[in-house]
Design a protein around this ligand. Structure first.
Ligand SMILES: [Fe+2]
Length: 282
């Protein structure tokens, strides 16, 4: 039995998000995270009595709150056998994330998110309005939806022969689907921040073609995405929770393993409209 989404408001400011071991000494976190107002936290949920259309407005009188009850994650059998178009995919991703009890990484069922992406067959006429190209850049980051503020869904347009820096994923999940063309993922081990400069340790290289889906998190390692072809490649990325957009990520020098904090708050476009600021290249 699935329960209607949206009856819980999620606090983003209550406690620090759980950190992987590599963050244990705190030296790798962006300075914005030390502020209580900018903490990426978020395991707490506050049940509210307002309608699902106003989940961010918590009531003043907490004495009348509904009891907190666990809600089941969606099962693969709950996913439509066919997802007919891009809008339906976005709706399905929103439905899945809406059923989580909060915005913590541990609440997300990655396999269900991946399966939903697999069941959509990419068609440019459905997502083309989001795929803004810019030949002067390695790639563009184009916003599609925030999925009830629980994620960032982006369309990335990769120019031929271009790629990202090696980067982490800010302690969040990243599910990626190729919408058009081909991309290469090169994975690396997370370097020891206390070790002397040395080349990054490459783990594996994987090619992905149209409609293939993959996943990475900081638990798996770091990666670099690149378009090794002579044609544009376009990919769909779901980042949940949306920590990278809120707090940035770290990029890494392949030769020295040196890490640099990178702002990812700016998009090239959002919902098909060009943004005023230039986004970071990661
Ligand atoms: Fe990535």
């Amino acid at each position: 039995m699935l329960t209607a989404p949206g009856i819980y408001a999620t606090s983003l400011h209550s406690s620090p998000a759980p950190l992987p071991d590599k963050y244990a000494n705190g030296s790798m976190r962006p300075s914005t995270q030390s502020s209580s107002s900018a903490s990426p936290a978020s395991t707490s949920q506050t049940p509210i009595q307002t309608s699902p259309t106003t989940p961010s407005t918590a009531p003043e009188n907490t004495s009348q709150l509904l009891p907190l009850t666990p809600r089941p994650l969606p099962k693969v059998s709950d996913i439509p056998a066919q997802i007919p178009d891009f809008d339906a995919l976005v709706a399905e991703l929103r439905r899945q994330l809406g059923f989580t009890s909060g915005i913590d990484s541990a609440d997300v069922d990655v396999e269900n998110l991946k399966e939903a992406m697999r069941r959509y067959i990419s068609s440019r006429k459905e997502w083309g309005k989001f795929a803004l190209e810019d030949p002067s850049r390695n790639y563009t980051r184009n916003g599609v939806d925030t999925l009830n503020e629980k994620a960032n869904l982006l369309v990335l347009v990769w120019n031929p022969g271009k790629g990202s820096l090696i980067h982490d994923h800010s302690n969040a999940h990243c599910v990626m689907k190729i919408l058009e063309g081909e991309l290469v993922e090169t994975q690396y081990k997370f370097p020891d921040p206390n070790a002397p400069p040395r080349p990054m340790d490459k783990q594996k290289v994987t090619e992905y073609g149209k409609d293939e889906v993959t996943y990475i998190s900081d638990e798996i390692g770091l990666h670099r995405m690149s378009n090794e072809t002579d044609k544009i490649a376009i990919s769909l990325h779901l980042y949940t929770p949306p920590w990278a957009a809120k707090y940035g990520c770290y990029s890494f020098n392949e030769k020295t393993s040196k890490q640099i904090w990178t702002d990812l708050s700016n998009l090239y476009s959002d919902k098909g409209v060009l943004c005023g600021k230039m986004s970071s290249h990661v």
